[in-house]
Design a protein around this ligand. Sequence first.
Ligand code: 6PG
Length: 247
Amino acid sequence: PNPAILVSFPNADAIVESLTAFILKAQKESIDKKGRFTVALSGGSLPKMLRGLIDNPAVKWDKWQVFYADERAVPLDDPDSNHLACTNLLFSKVPIPQDNIHVLDTSLLDDLEELSDAYEKELIREFAQKDAARFPVFDLILLGMGPDGHTASLFPGHELLAEEDRWIAYLEDSPKPPSKRITFTYPVINHAARVVFVAAGKEKVQILSQVLDNPEAGLPSSKVKPAFPGQLYWFVDDAASAAVQYP
Ligand code: 6PG
């Protein structure tokens, strides 16, 4: 893989400004190439870092196809839903067609295997016939990193870190509540054209240095390594990057 590109900013507003410009450039390259822009979002603090897209006339919302890199197995209006967070903070404020946002089939919440299979099929509909690839190639995957180094719902020491075939997997034992979730697997994350981590705040200072300076330790965020020509970026603030030696 290409080495990760780390950019650090004085505060969250500066991250938002630069991230917005980055997303718009990725959007343009993707639409120029194939007329659409495939994006995956996460929960946590990520949705509010997308505020630069609101009231932004350069965003071509009708060309976006949005998926969730991980989602909690809860109804779409549950406070734990990543889709609800993204809706409240972004989608309710912009003209994106509802059909362009790919949500869980919540009629399947009682059976996580069916729930994750159905979401995998949703990805296959978007990617497989079009790209004829074994794995989807997202134009952009946006990730957060938890204080234990997890990303999406890939947690330290979990058996899903070894998943090589499935696109979407499920877990019932997430250490971060709620326990039932579905998540992109590494084959999906690591086939993307661009993966961007966003991490801010002094609570992330030790773990960010671990993930970037000591990747051999194998924390889930260190295992995000997009295959060439995919590229990995870290958008962080100076509080989070204070202990980082990288590059
Ligand atoms: C989730 C998120 C998760 C999140 C990290 C970072 O559904 O739990 O997708 O992976 O991105 O836990 O969360 P913060 O950005 O809130 O630190």
